[in-house]
Design a binder for this molecule. Sequence first.
Ligand code: FAD
Length: 466
Amino acid sequence: MHGERAVVLGGGMAGLLAARVLSDAYTEVVVVDRDQLTGTAGARNGVPHGRHAHCLVARGQQIYEQLLPGLTQGLSDDGVTLGDFNGQIQWYFNGHKLAASDSGLICVSSGRPILEQHVRQRVQATPNVRFIERHDIVGLATTPDRQRVTGARIQRQEQGSQVEELPADLVIDITGRGSRMPAWLTELGYPAPREDRIKVDLAYTTRHFRFKTNPFTHDIAINQAGTPVAPRGVFCYLLPDGETVELSLTGVLGDHAPTDSEGFADYVKSLPLPLHWEFVRDAEPLDDPVRFKFPASVWRHYEELDRFPEGLLVMGDAVCSFNPVYAQGMTVAGMEALTLRSLLKAPEPLNPFQFFGEISGQIAGPWQFSAIADLGYAGVEGERSDEVNLVNMYVPSVLFAATMDPVVTDAFLRVAGLVEDPMSLMHPDIAVRVGRAMQMRRTLMAAQAAQAAQAAPAAQAATAGD
Ligand SMILES: Cc1cc2nc3c(=O)[nH]c(=O)nc-3n(C[C@H](O)[C@H](O)[C@H](O)COP(=O)(O)OP(=O)(O)OC[C@H]3O[C@@H](n4cnc5c(N)ncnc54)[C@H](O)[C@@H]3O)c2cc1C
């Protein structure tokens, strides 16, 4: 055992996974959150993004199952639609459907609250995990020399309640992207981490519908992904009741879908392909559209700090909050939980520098994948190295090749599913297929141009003869 008590600040997805892992190494684990967690089935105020499309990608499904055996079956038994990440999701990019094939990778695409509820119920069933709910986390407690964190300062959400100290051998801040840790560190006399920010000015606007005609046959989701060529996007899947569809519109650089019915419908109509409009036109809206704004992706570089208190860690979105359209956050939280578990297996005390170093290695790949893609939008500020420009020239070709070659689709979605490194798309086997598809496209476009050139004089002659 590493100690008597570990305190997890924030009972979101990353906090729950951390609690699961800590329960093997501490006599007691206490999860503190401002919301009522136990017994909550729907979206909650502390996680406003939970009202919007969430997909647990392939690598995440594998990790969650590893940490919480039986989770996937439990979700399926509860009506959650699980399916092949490629074969059972219709993916559209720039108005073209990616070629489907069975990847053998499972994806959970059925709304955030039910996924969180299942994860929470399993963590709650761990005998040495306890929840302190409806409490605000207000700060840290430390030794007088501020070298070690000795607990958290929390306050019950009741008028007149006092701040209490919750002693702990380890405190982990997992309070999400609004984490106050940089300010707390400064107050304690430590440096705050440097931040990388990529301003995308993104918004999700989500509405639920009951369909007249089921748009999903054997598929679990129908998604048009936003790209620099066609920036408006949509994620759309069925909720476990089997008749409610969650539909989230995404728009970047301030081009946000409106929250009134007419504006929402117009935005759906403006998507590259009409398939979502054809569904929405006939479906019954079940609520008003709601919006979540995401100004920027943020990575706080704790791994660069040379001073940090003992007995303290930071994880999840509090360290790195990725552009959500790439669906990486919950999976990276899982990777970080595995790192925590492996460090806790060693008899030595937890070393925060080692932890931050290891998770920064895990964050780097997904961060680059999404940051480079975001820099493909001319309006996104940021330095565009030769590598960024090269990748952003190559990826559209990969996406085009993926519309005709399922092997390329599979390679692309294995990267998007965080199962493979982005560099795998540069593998000669894939690059050759991409080159072949682009050659076919050039040949086709040349033939079309020649045909048009031939048809033009004939049309002119016909017009002159009129
Ligand atoms: C619109 C949107 C869509 C997304 N879609 C996906 C997706 O498809 N796939 C994916 O993998 N990821 C997605 N993500 C990211 C994903 O939600 C997060 O990465 C993941 O949930 C991990 O978050 P977290 O647990 O670190 O923080 P959070 O989910 O923000 O949880 C933080 C917790 O801390 C509590 N808390 C915060 N401050 C306090 C306080 N002061 N006192 C008490 N309690 C406090 C909150 O109540 C909450 O429970 C999306 C994010 C957004 C914004």
